[in-house]
Design a protein around this ligand. Structure first.
Ligand SMILES: [Zn+2]
Length: 119
């Protein structure tokens, strides 16, 4: 037999490849195992084909989903470009609101801490 890793010649009794050190025991066992009958192989091929068909349909479906997502993204980008000043205003308002909110949370936390310290 030959080493499945490096292709160097190796005897079936060798445990490791002399060239690359790959463990040959497992491969020797696999080679020694009786090959499955033709009927079983056909079943495997049929199963593999069915799986491939399933994967293909899945790929088509996900392609549609990706296409839809890209379309939606482009539509939203175009919409965003048309009302950019308004969007900027909204972002500004939101960030101001965030600052106010975090400030009030900090104030509350500080007040509570002070209460605890005092009591
Ligand atoms: Zn090897």
């Amino acid at each position: 037999m030959h080493c499945p890793n490096c292709g160097a010649k190796a005897s079936a009794r060798q445990k490791f490849c002399r060239a690359c050190g790959l463990s040959l025991e497992r491969f020797a066992q696999l080679l020694a195992e009786p090959s499955p009958d033709v009927e079983g192989k056909d079943e495997d091929v049929e199963r593999a084909r069915r799986r491939l068909r399933y994967l293909e349909s899945g790929a088509k479906l996900s392609g549609c989903v990706v296409g839809l997502a890209v379309w939606l993204l482009m539509a939203s980008v175009i919409a965003e470009q048309h009302r950019l000043p308004q969007a900027q205003e909204t972002v500004k308002m939101l960030s101001e609101l965030n600052v106010e909110m975090s400030a009030s949370v900090t104030e509350q936390t500080t007040a509570r801490l002070e209460e605890k310290i005092e009591s």
